[in-house]
Design a protein around this ligand. Structure first.
Ligand code: ZN
Length: 407
């Protein structure tokens, strides 16, 4: 079973389909892992055939993973409603409840919690969606597929749980006629509240990344600014530009740390940046300029031309490859403009690697797009140039094995 039942936190339920805990367990004020009345799956197996509730997911050290479950009361829709109009994702678990509703499971990685009232369904949706899980300090009934659990709920889509940084991204995965049916619009953590006046990026960093770092450092006291999201987006920008996890951590805890330098926690920051790196390789695209404006990183009238997808292609980024003078190499070799032509970028990078030994450096995204094109790899979104999880990895492996003469 893919459903990660061994990683989840359990509460004893009253039984007979009750959604209420059987024990006074103290609530969400203390971390779930430290609560005696919150059980692990190992505990569940010691009391087989009881009914259980799920409310959280075990965390890695220094992370902030919270379970977020959408409970679709689709059985409450009028008889003439076609349930086929509702879309639920296939890449995350779906559980059918005893009365015909559906639980769709997500994990959000955020230190904040939210409220059920931060979510609303679109007007056209003829049934309600309850929000559950630790993120909103609530629980759901555990499905019977979990070893040792008695329940009227069953897993109908057995998957690992999809992770998001932002609850809004999870909410949008529930659709009606292909459009988002659930909207997350808490005034605080939603996008679009904060606007910065001007930025003055140093010349040796891509503008978008510099803008994120400087906003992080400034840390304006503004309730519309989502600091967590600024850090996540900034980390993505640095990694996507080709900086290593170590480089980004150094930027975060040294030059661009918002408080006194002695307060910076390098270990904790490393965990977060590693997590972002993993996501970026697996299922996230680097944020587009529009997203950066939405979250206040770039002023509304500014753009970025660093060459990431969604950023116009010009030479602003400075990873190891970008530092190697790509334009000069391309000119000398007659490859064409690497910032206009992905294949020229690929050839140039291969040449630079051969000559300067940048074996471990992360290649520019556009070079991997060229690999994908050259080898006919599937892309998640060809129009936007987004490689997606598996193609990114394959393209990177091919890139590592390519020599300039192979093209
Ligand atoms: Zn950029």
């Amino acid at each position: 079973m893919k459903f990660p039942f061994e990683d989840l936190h359990y509460l004893k339920a009253r039984g007979d389909g009750s959604k209420r805990p059987a024990e006074a367990w103290g609530g969400y004020g203390t971390p779930l892992a430290e609560n005696d009345k919150v059980y692990s799956h190992g505990d569940v197996e010691k009391f087989p055939r009881e009914s259980w509730l799920l409310n959280g997911i075990r965390d890695r050290e220094h992370m902030s993973h919270k379970l977020l479950v959408f409970d679709l009361d689709i059985h409450k829709a009028p008889d003439n409603f076609d349930p086929g109009r509702v879309g639920v994702p296939e890449d995350t678990p779906v559980v059918r409840s005893q009365n015909g509703g559906f639980h769709v499971y997500f994990v959000v990685n955020t230190p904040e919690t939210g409220q059920e009232s931060d979510f609303r369904t679109v007007d056209e949706l003829p049934f309600g969606i309850d929000v559950r899980g630790e993120y909103v300090k609530h629980h759901v009934v555990a499905p019977a597929d979990i070893p040792g659990v008695e329940s009227n709920y069953e897993i109908v889509n057995d998957e690992t749980i999809k992770h998001y940084f932002d609850p809004a991204e999870a909410a949008e995965r529930i659709t009606l006629d292909g459009e988002p049916a659930l909207i997350h619009d808490s005034g605080y953590s939603g996008a679009g509240g904060y606007e910065r006046d001007e930025i003055d990026p140093p010349a040796d960093l891509p503008k978008c990344y510099a803008a994120g770092l400087s906003l992080r450092k400034e840390a304006p006291d503004d309730e519309n600014l989502n600091t967590h999201k600024v850090n996540v987006l900034t980390g993505m920008l640095g990694l996507a530009a080709g900086y290593s996890v170590d480089d980004v951590v150094t930027h975060f805890v040294e030059d661009y740390y918002p408080g006194g330098p002695d307060d910076a926690d390098r270990e904790r920051t490393t965990y977060h940046v590693e997590d972002i790196a993993e996501r970026l390789d697996n299922r996230y695209s680097p944020p587009a300029v529009s997203t950066l404006k939405e979250y206040g990183i770039l002023p509304k009238d500014e753009s970025c031309t660093c060459g990431l997808p969604g950023h116009t292609q010009e030479n602003m980024a400075k990873s190891d490859y970008y530092n190697a003078g790509l334009e000069g190499v391309a000119r000398a070799e007659g490859y064409g403009d690497p910032f206009e032509d992905n294949l020229a970028m690929l050839k140039t990078c291969l040449k630079v690697r051969e000559e300067t030994g940048l074996a471990d450096a992360k290649p520019p995204y556009s070079a991997l797009q060229a690999v994908a094109d050259h080898c006919g790899l599937n892309m998640e979104d060809r129009e936007e140039g987004i490689l997606g999880k598996s193609s990114y990895k394959v393209a990177r492996r091919i890139f590592d094995d390519l020599a300039p003469g192979d093209l």
